[in-house]
Design a protein around this ligand. Structure first.
Ligand code: ADP
Length: 214
């Protein structure tokens, strides 16, 4: 894996749907902007390369294997890196790109459907210009809380199935946080208020800025 060789900061925010990722990703963007950086919010899937098959697979209009689905996400990630992330963090002026979901989404969602860590990791090695984030924040909440926050309207049976899936993905994020604890991957308790959660993230941002410039 290629560490971030570019001058700009690259941060990924991860977690299950409704965990509060987007809220915190935007807090991080504001934090960098307040320090004078050109800070950009972006998210995956990026659909920068059209990706009709990925759109259809996500909505259920196209039935494919879980491995084929993750391969489509990885193709989308390649376009995201080449067209959005690297052009931004490659600039000389101080920049920060905050991505709402990145490669740990493929790892966690893929592992929750029984694809191995090694297989998913190998698929990423094929990405030219893959950049490992300077910092990855996983927002951790119970599936029940996340589901309440998304306020999805579904039948009782669908709700049960959805919560079960979200619980499995959450468990994989927990496993990944342990495996990658030496790679600036941090898991934050997302059950508190957005302000309390950001108060846990802010020291990590401060530390990162100091590390990059010293
Ligand atoms: P995600 O991007 O993980 O799906 P969002 O940040 O979009 O999550 O949040 C989903 C919903 O939950 C939004 O309505 C948001 O305002 C709300 N929310 C986000 N963080 C919190 C929090 N810490 N406590 C309560 N509600 C939250």
């Amino acid at each position: 894996m290629q560490e971030n060789p570019y001058p700009g900061f690259f941060i990924a925010v991860e977690g299950i749907d409704g965990s509060g990722k987007t809220t915190q990703a935007k807090n991080i963007v504001r934090w960098y902007a307040s320090k004078g950086y050109s800070a950009v919010y972006t998210k995956e899937p990026s659909y920068l390369d059209d990706q009709q098959r990925l759109r259809q697979a996500i909505t259920g209009a196209l039935e494919i294997s879980s491995l084929a689905l993750q391969e489509l996400f990885i193709e989308d990630r390649q376009a995201h890196l080449e067209r959005e992330i690297i052009p931004q963090i490659g600039k000389k002026a101080p920049t920060a790109v905050i991505s709402d979901r990145y490669f740990l989404s493929t790892m966690a969602y893929g592992m929750a459907t029984d694809i191995s860590f090694e297989e998913l990791w190998q698929l990423h090695r094929k990405i030219r210009w893959f950049v490992f984030p300077d910092l990855t924040i996983i927002i951790d909440v119970a599936a029940d809380i996340a589901f309440e926050r998304t306020k999805e309207k579904k039948s009782e049976a669908d709700i049960f199935e959805k919560k079960d899936t979200m619980g499995k993905i959450r468990a994989q994020y927990t496993a990944l946080a342990k495996m990658l604890r030496n790679d600036n991957v941090y898991m934050i308790d997302g059950s508190n208020s957005p302000e309390a959660i950001f108060a846990q993230i802010e020291p990590l941002l401060d530390k990162l800025v100091k590390a990059k410039y010293h």
